[in-house]
Design a binder for this molecule. Structure first.
Ligand SMILES: Nc1nc2c(c(=O)[nH]1)N(C=O)[C@@H](CNc1ccc(C(=O)N[C@@H](CCC(=O)O)C(=O)O)cc1)CN2
Ligand SMILES: Nc1ncnc2c1ncn2[C@@H]1O[C@H](COP(=O)(O)OP(=O)(O)OP(=O)(O)O)[C@@H](O)[C@H]1O
Length: 214
């Protein structure tokens, strides 16, 4: 009898711990001065461009930074000028329903798709106040690509907590062969995070100080 109650309690405790860690990291990031965000981001962009995979990667899925997330836009601009295909995520429900059809499976309720963008100015505000590729941009996906992954906190094993929507975990479950490159500030790295069975690990983490190979 007691054993049965163990499980939901443990799950609840873990969920609370996740929420606390998320809250602490959101607060930490909000305190970062804008100049520090830009300086650290510049170093991260340089590291990404100097990485062993950059030269051989034709397709890069980035993200449009939100709040005090590491700003990867200078790197994406370089990728575009180097002739690479660049894409950004869309989570706006109406857009995805129009482009991909009605939601059929549970998995589709937190759906994310990537849209190719030819100039970084072709964006408009979408879901969660994130800038998304505008109507001139077409959906792509599933091919060989490197994905730059934003997040609130990561650990040295490549585990990640985002905003809690499960968008990236679901996307990586659909396309497990994509290269998963986390982009974060050093202050977003924790020693160890408790994970859910659905959490997908990163292959590398890029910070202003170093590259973590998992
Ligand atoms: N830059 C970026 N783009 C992204 C994500 C992300 O984490 N970062 N996503 C990852 O899944 C998807 C969008 N999902 C999101 C889900 C929830 C919130 C959210 O709760 N945001 C906070 C405020 C954020 C801030 O200003 O710092 C909020 O609305 O309270 C944001 C994005 C796709 N695009
Ligand atoms: N492949 C999946 N199929 C079904 N549910 C999933 C899948 N991946 C994640 N989830 C569920 O989504 C919810 C949110 O997941 P989680 O807390 O890991 O989000 P996150 O990684 O912080 O969010 P995001 O990727 O949007 O930044 C959890 O309840 C999780 O079980």
């Amino acid at each position: 009898m007691e054993k049965r109650q163990d499980f939901p309690d443990a799950a609840l405790t873990q969920e609370k711990a996740r929420q606390q860690i998320r809250a602490r990291h959101k607060a930490w990031r909000m305190e970062l001065p804008q100049e520090e965000v830009q300086e650290k981001s510049r170093k991260i962009c340089e590291r990404l461009a100097a990485s062993d995979w950059y030269h051989n990667s034709a397709v890069i899925y980035g993200y449009y930074p939100l709040g005090a997330e590491a700003d990867c836009l200078p790197f994406l601009a370089q990728a575009l000028s180097d002739g690479k295909t660049v894409a950004l995520p869309v989570t706006s429900k109406e857009r995805l329903q129009r482009d991909c059809g009605q939601v059929k499976r549970m998995q589709d309720t937190h759906r994310m798709e990537f849209y190719r963008i030819r100039e970084l100015s072709r964006v408009r505000e979408g879901a969660f106040h994130v800038m998304e590729p505008d109507e001139s941009c077409k959906r792509i996906g599933g091919e060989d690509a490197v994905v730059l992954v934003p997040g609130l906190v990561f650990d040295r094993k490549g585990n990640r907590y985002g905003y809690g929507g499960g968008y990236y975990d679901r996307y990586f479950a659909r396309f497990p062969k994509l290269s998963r490159m986390a982009v974060a500030f050093e202050g977003q790295i924790e020693e160890q995070l408790a994970v859910l069975p659905t959490d997908v690990r990163m292959h590398r983490i890029y910070t202003e100080e170093r590259e973590y190979r998992i």
